[in-house]
Design a protein around this ligand. Structure first.
Ligand SMILES: [Zn+2]
Ligand SMILES: [Zn+2]
Length: 281
């Protein structure tokens, strides 16, 4: 029988912006025959997030609890969440890893604060998931989803995009992450602005940093739901194969029916691109 990856390390519960409880996600994982699962709710902590140009839209679209502006005040929420995952794992007799999808920010002091924060959490791994574009010093951030269709409101957009890739590169160099999520999330802004033929050098730099630091990358079936193609695009997958970067299939599930969705198609895509190095904990 054909072998299809039977676990997911990138998905969300209602601790962040997922629609279902951890218990519901675990029940579904068991139902579809997963051998284990890593839960990676968002950790998005930026001191100026409420001053970001996209804040009003962020606020109306998602649970406000996803976005935090201060490490100290949310520590106990994150601690309780970690504990909850451990408890459910034990109760359900199902292997769960405690992960977080962390937006990497670049302003002075952020990384030190994150590291200090992490020492107080009982977690297993981090996914580098970047949904914002920072300005030069990282103090101002713009959410990519929120400027879809309104990119003309951003002056120096290409500089923001370059900074976005630079943040990913820095995340690879930080040594904190297991793998990088949706490297070409920016395609959401449209191929004319940020498609496969754009910012090629910047993407290569990110891939080289992953390779150098032995960090993995995901191929996400969420892209099929959002832009009709995998994250990453075919061109990047070729480069991943060439560099031999460890790859994991992700669903980025925010609901139970998205868990393991289209993993067969992702296996085909990896095969097509001769990607053989796979990531498993
Ligand atoms: Zn994400
Ligand atoms: Zn995600």
């Amino acid at each position: 029988m054909r072998k299809i990856q039977n676990f997911s390390y990138h998905n969300h519960t209602n601790f962040s912006d997922g629609k279902r409880s951890l218990e519901e996600m675990v029940a579904q994982a068991k139902k579809i025959g997963f051998c284990e699962m890593g839960v990676s709710d968002h950790m998005i902590i930026h001191k100026n997030i409420e001053q970001s140009p996209s804040w009003d839209m962020l606020h109306s679209r998602y649970a406000a609890a996803v976005y935090r502006n201060d490490f100290k005040s949310c520590l106990s929420d994150f601690q309780k969440h970690c504990e909850h995952i451990r408890q459910v794992s034990k109760k359900e007799n199902f292997k769960l890893y405690v992960g977080f999808e962390v937006d990497f920010f670049t302003y002075n002091g952020w990384l030190e604060e994150l590291k200090e924060f992490l020492t107080q959490l009982d977690y297993d791994y981090l996914v580098s998931g970047n949904h914002f574009m920072p300005n030069e010093n990282g103090e101002t951030i713009i959410n990519i989803d929120c400027i879809k269709g309104r990119t003309d409101t951003v002056k120096n957009l290409s500089e923001y995009i370059v900074n976005h890739f630079d943040a990913m590169k820095k995340s690879a160099e930080s040594g904190l992450y297991s793998f990088l999520a949706h490297i070409d999330y920016i395609r959401k802004l449209g191929d004319d602005i940020s498609g496969p033929q754009k910012f090629v050098e910047n993407k290569s730099e990110v891939l080289n940093a992953l390779k150098k630091n032995n960090i993995g990358i995901e191929i996400s079936t969420k892209g099929l739901r959002k832009i009709g193609d995998f994250f990453p695009c075919s061109e990047i997958l070729d480069e991943i194969a060439k560099l031999g970067i460890k790859t994991v299939i992700s669903d980025d599930a925010h609901n139970i029916d998205e868990l393991g969705e289209d993993f067969d198609k992702a296996e085909d895509e990896l095969k097509k691109h001769n990607i053989t190095q796979r990531l498993k904990f």
